[in-house]
Design a protein around this ligand. Sequence first.
Ligand SMILES: *Cc1c(COP(=O)(O)O)cnc(C)c1O
Length: 380
Amino acid sequence: MMVKVSRNIQMVDLVGQYEKIKTEIDSAIQEIILSARFINGPAVKEFQSDLEKYLGVKHVIPCANGTDALQIAMMALGLQRGDEIITSNFTFAATIETIAFLGLVPVIVDVDTDTFNIDVKEIEKAITSKTKAIVPVHLFGQCADIEPILALAKKNNLFVIEDTAQAIGADYIFSDGKKKKAGTIGNIGTTSFFPSKNLGAYGDAGALFTNDDELAKKCRMIVNHGQSTQYFYEMLGVNSRLDSIQAAILKVKLKYLDGYALSRNKAATFYDKAFAGNKNIKTPSRSKNSSHVFHQYTLVLNGVDRNKLKEHLASKEIPAMIYYPVPLHSQKAYRNAVNEGKKYPVTDKLCASVISLPMHTELDEETLKYITDSVLEFTK
Ligand SMILES: *Cc1c(COP(=O)(O)O)cnc(C)c1O
């Protein structure tokens, strides 16, 4: 029997999550207000240092959002107008937007059918004498295959910028069994603390990660108008600071990040089991090189009318989202991208057939059963 759950089902339940840590969060916010240290207060340094420890990385540079983080990384690496930057066709627009915004040339490549992450063979084919960097995106919570990407980068003298907006806390597993956190492996990593991300602030926020002292120094200058010390401008910068209230919230939530990943994995396993053996539904595959933190739980449908399924779910008050409906190579804004005449069969197929189900830290079994029963009722 299908039981209608009392609370509205959401893609991400941030209020439910807040209720469990309300006392801690409220007092952290209060403390900032009473200190009146809203910008660059001690809370920013504290969060920075906690995150450095958690990630096992030398430098975390907080900034205003994940899009800025990408832009700051490319500025700090000294990338120049006309340089070619290789990235994935199947990602959130910010990844390619920042490349195009800086006058760099986005070179879009296809992705792997199973992991949805950038296809290393396609990167290799796209490298030219103008290529300067690769931007792998760790999509939906799982690491791109970074070890062979690093090898390609080394051979061709390229920078690697990891877009970790969707995979903070995920472990990449190297062929020798060693593990490193997503975003700490290439020259520089970027992340977003947008509220719905796995480590979400209550507003906009982001950060860069690097083990390179020089690069960290440059990033710290760029986020603060290119200043080395106050009123001495060494390089062109921007204003991209993390405010103290967000830092205080993130400091509290960082303690729960691994627990949150566990809850997300439990929900994913429930979904997997419910859909196992259904020939119309392909559940997300797990890469052998990465843990999964399930930013999204994304199905690939086969022979199912996606819009009708979405409507069916909506009629039962179950939200579902399409990440992403349109490939980047066919977006009007990115016409300067190098993709002319190129074919993207995997991205095209995914954009036409993926659907993401509610995925967050507060899903109980009753809700999960209601969701999976409702999907199965339509796809049988
Ligand atoms: C969310 C996201 C960004 C941008 O982060 P904002 O904080 O929203 O600017 C960049 N890349 C990817 C892959 C994202 O998912």
